[in-house]
Write a protein that binds this ligand. Structure first.
Ligand code: SAH
Length: 294
């Protein structure tokens, strides 16, 4: 048993990804994030286009943030390495991936080995806010659907700017919440999603932009991709009902791994409602570390 890292939240996130690793991998493969579709496109039956759609999201973030080929990348919240293997493979980047889950890091290292990129993609069990890498170690800090789990987002942006070389790039894609006031029902929906997905709270896209600017980033921009990713919760694509259909499966899993595992099954309908009502949003952020200290 490895020591816990950081706060109670980190321990809960670590545990959530430890106990759901095989569920996510069976259903979605190595990409633990949304897919991306053009307007009017619908997901293929039984998740037939899963790899294309999740791979597309990675490519969209590479393009949006202008991640250069061959860059040294810190992958914050690397999961089991799907996006990092794309960066190390197609783009020839050198990637250090960090995750709170030792099981994820181990699985990601196995996958890098199998893909023949183990020298360029390495994965570690580390808290993104305390990696210990020296200042200016990376050309790119990449955080694909991990920032929702980090309570101190100001600290995340400060750490990202510390780790980047001058002129370096921050690339983020994240679940977010609509800007402005929410009514009681909307809060309740958000609260349930947060509890089931082990997230402390959501920020809006404009809040993310403000935090990046306050940390010293320039050329900060965001794009709302809610419409492009919402299909990911289409029951046919998400496939969660394949498990949920048999209530005994859920009961056995809860008995074996603890009730937290059930959060995995609750996400689909809640997120669909979140996107349908516009309460949940999703977006990407790009930003640059200034070349000269202001
Ligand atoms: N980026 C991956 C995985 C997304 S799942 C993908 O797109 O496939 C969220 C990931 O964020 C998990 O790997 C989880 O361990 C990681 N994470 C959450 N909080 C973290 C923290 N404080 N430090 C490091 N990793 C964290």
């Amino acid at each position: 048993m490895e020591p816990a890292i950081g706060s109670g939240l980190n321990t809960a996130v670590e545990r959530y990804y430890d106990i759901t690793l095989d569920l996510y991998e069976d259903l979605w493969g190595e990409h633990v994030h949304h897919g991306f579709w053009d307007p009017g496109e619908i997901p293929g039956p039984d998740g037939a286009d899963r790899h294309a759609a999740t791979d597309r999201l990675v490519r969209e973030l590479v393009d949006y943030a202008r991640v250069p080929a061959g860059a040294r990348v810190l992958d914050v919240g690397c999961g089991i390495g799907g996006p990092a293997l794309h960066l190390a493979g197609v783009l020839g980047c050198t990637v250090e991936g960090v995750t709170l889950s030792a099981r994820q890091a181990e699985r990601a290292n196995e996958k890098a080995q199998a893909a023949g990129v183990a020298e360029r993609a390495r994965f570690h069990r580390l808290d993104a806010l305390g990696t210990g890498y020296p200042d200016e170690s990376f050309d790119v800090v990449w955080a694909l659907e991990s920032l929702m789990h980090i309570a101190d987002r100001a600290a995340f942006f400060a750490e990202a700017i510390r780790l980047l070389v001058p002129g370096g790039t921050l690339a983020v894609a994240t679940w977010s919440v609509r800007d402005g006031e929410l009514d009681a029902d909307e809060w309740e929906l958000v609260r349930q999603i947060l509890v089931h997905q082990v997230m402390p709270d959501f920020s809006s896209l404009p809040e993310h932009e403000r935090l990046a600017g306050a940390a010293g980033f320039t050329e900060v921009a965001t794009v709302d991709w809610s419409g492009a990713v919402a299909n990911s919760w289409d029951p046919g694509f998400a496939q969660i009902q394949r498990f949920a259909r048999g209530r005994t499966v859920m009961r056995d899993l809860a008995r074996e791994r603890g009730v937290d595992v059930l959060g995995f099954f609750h996400a689909g309908p809640l997120m669909t409602r979140g996107f349908d009502t516009g309460v949940i949003t999703y977006g990407a952020l790009r930003a640059t570390k200034p070349r000269q200290a202001p």
